[in-house]
Every structure is written in C-alpha cells, then in structure tokens.
Design a protein. Structure first.
Length: 353
C-alpha cells in the first residue's frame, strides 16, 4: 500500500463515520452523481468505488463536479441569515405545528421565498427540518419510556399509524429494538478487506460488538448504523487498527485465538447459545439439536437456530460451526458460501498443525 492509498483509506473512514470538520479537511466527489461534498454531509453514504477525494473543493470543481446543495462545500463559514435562524427557532419550538404557509405569514414572506431561502442555507426544507426534529424526539423518548405507546404520546403523535409511518422512513428495525441499541454510546468502527470479502468491525469501550462479512462495505456500514441506531460512530485510532488486523487474521485463519475482549449483547438464552458455540473445537461442527442438548434445552433446537442467526460477531462467535443433522450447511448470516469457506479453512488449518 502506498501513501496515497493510505490517505484515501483514512479519508474513507472519516467519511463513513460521518465525522464533520475532520482534523485534516478534504472534499469528496461522487462520480455517479457528479457532486462534491464535505465530510459530514447528510446525504446518502456513497459506494466507496464511486468516491474521488480532493484536498479542497476548488480542485473538485475544476474536475467538473458541482457543489452539493445540502452541505455547501464551498462556503465554509457562512452563517444562516437572521430570517432562517428565526424559522429554525420557530420550528424547534413546535415541530408538530411547523407549516410553511403559517411560518411565512408570521414572518411576512411568501411561502416560496421562505422555502427557497431556507433550503439554500440549511440544505433541507422547513418541512424536512421539522420532521427530523420529531424523529430525534422519538429517539430521545424511546430511550427512557417503558412502551412504544408512552414514547409516541410523549413525542406528541396523535395516532400510532402516523408514528409508524414516520419511523419506517428512517429505520428498518421495529421501534422496540431501538430502546437498547447503543444509546449514548460511542462506537469505533473500521472497514477492511479480506479474502472473504469486506469486513466491518465495531467496538465499544468494552470490546468488539460487531463483525460482519459481505460484498458491499457501504451496505454493511449502513446495517451497522441501523443496528446501533442511537450510537455515535468514530473512525479508528492506531490501537483499534491493531484489533482490526487481528480480526482480519481470524477470518483468514478462523481457528486462531482472538485475544480481544468481546462485548456480547443478547438475552440470557442467546448468550448461553453463543457461549456453547465458542466451545465447539476448531475444525469440527455440531447440529442444532446437539447444541440444544448441550445447554440443557432438548426441545430448543429451533430457538438455538434463531440465536445462531442473531449473532452479530462473525467468526469470533463461530456460528459457522453449526450445521444441519445431515451435515448440510443450512443458512449463514454472511452468506452460506463464506460458511463453507470458513469450515474448509479450519479443516486445512487442523491438518497443517
Ligand atoms: Zn453534500
């Protein structure tokens, strides 16, 4: 790897973690849209292969990219106008009642002018801003409410259907699962390449909490962010990069011992299953029923299967060592071909020893 690739890898981590104002500023252009953005732009995370990095926005413009209308990469220190600040405050006071016509008449402007000015300076419409505030409020309420109904009533929703409609727009998880999903946490994460595809690793201050393998690092990072929807993500430091290389090593040689703490989150039953998985020796397999017997739940083969499927720590919790009774591979969250590959690697390792 040369310095240039290192720099771009570093910039990609910053970009994917949605960090604003990084220590070493840069711009990124998206080939497919022809637009240049600054880090922290709220637009969709682009596919890494479509991203071109520039030291500054002017260079990107010279290369033919247009500045993004959402993150305004050109005007660094431009503050929103007094009018726009007033509209923001008004919406923040009561996002449920934020209505373009009302706001415009209160402030003495036409709705069209207000909409255009607001969008130019903030990057989104007043309506989107109000909706974003309502969604933020839902997240806050879900953090300390006992039920979804409490949460949505506190968030000012008239009906639960309105709540679910808006919720679905920014989440693929059912509302209940957000209450514990990384609230107030800071997770470090990184993307790496392995011979089994893209690796996404994340850790809390307690240890590794996410390892995924796949073909699309972009989709994998989004899945991670959805899973820990309330967490903040930050790019890796030197120490974390060493963890990432250990995990990469584990993927390449899945029988190796991992000397990194795991931050395992799940129900009592799931943790029991995962603990049992970690005791299956490298190179051997077990079927669902045998594992259910082992943890003293002979009727629980199906529950064991769903606990295996809920594992979010690929390879570190070796759910790839679970197969059907007839020896066929059954499913694998990260692709059944990868499962076959991991098992073959373990066999190879065993013979080498
Ligand atoms: Zn942008």
């Amino acid at each position: 790897m040369n310095d240039h690739q290192d720099l771009n890898a570093y910039r990609w981590q910053i970009l994917a973690s949605r960090t604003r104002n990084p220590q070493y500023p840069f711009c990124y252009a998206v080939v497919t849209t022809g637009i240049v953005c600054r880090p922290g732009c709220p637009s969709r995370l682009p596919n890494p292969e479509n991203v071109r990095f520039f030291d500054n926005c002017q260079d990107a413009l010279k290369a033919g990219y247009r500045p993004c209308k959402r993150c305004h990469p050109l005007d660094d220190n431009k503050e929103p106008s007094e009018l726009v600040v007033r509209v923001c405050r008004q919406i923040e006071r009561d996002p449920d009642q934020a209505n373009l016509n009302t706001l415009a008449s209160v402030l003495g402007y036409t709705p069209a002018h207000l909409q255009k000015t607001f969008r130019q300076q903030i990057g989104i419409t007043p309506f989107d801003y109000a909706r974003a505030l309502r969604q933020q409020r839902i997240y806050r309420e879900l953090g300390h409410s006992r039920s979804n109904t409490d949460a949505l009533l506190q968030a000012g929703y008239q009906s639960s259907s309105q709540f679910y409609t808006e919720f679905k727009q920014f989440s693929s998880l059912p509302p209940g699962s957000h209450r514990q999903s990384g609230k107030g946490e800071i997770l470090t994460f990184a993307v790496a390449d392995t011979t089994l595809g893209a690796l996404v690793v994340a850790a809390s201050d307690k240890g590794l909490c996410w390892i995924s393998l796949g073909d699309d690092p972009h989709a994998q990072v989004e899945e991670l962010q959805r899973h820990f929807a309330r967490a903040e993500f930050c790019p890796p430091d030197e120490a974390f990069n060493q963890w990432v290389s250990q995990v990469t090593g584990l993927v390449e040689a899945p029988g190796e011992r991992l000397s990194i703490p795991l931050d395992i989150r799940g129900t009592v039953f799931q943790r029991q299953v995962w603990e049992a998985l970690r005791k299956i020796p490298m190179g051997s397999t077990m079927d669902y029923q045998a594992l259910a017997d082992k943890i003293g739940k002979p009727g629980g083969a199906r529950a064991v299967a769903s606990a295996c499927a809920a594992n979010v720590l690929a390879v570190a919790i070796p759910c790839h060592r679970i197969v059907r009774r007839d020896g066929s591979l059954s499913g694998y969250r990260w692709g059944v071909e990868r499962k076959a590959d991991l098992l073959a690697r373990e066999k190879g390792q065993g013979m080498g020893n």
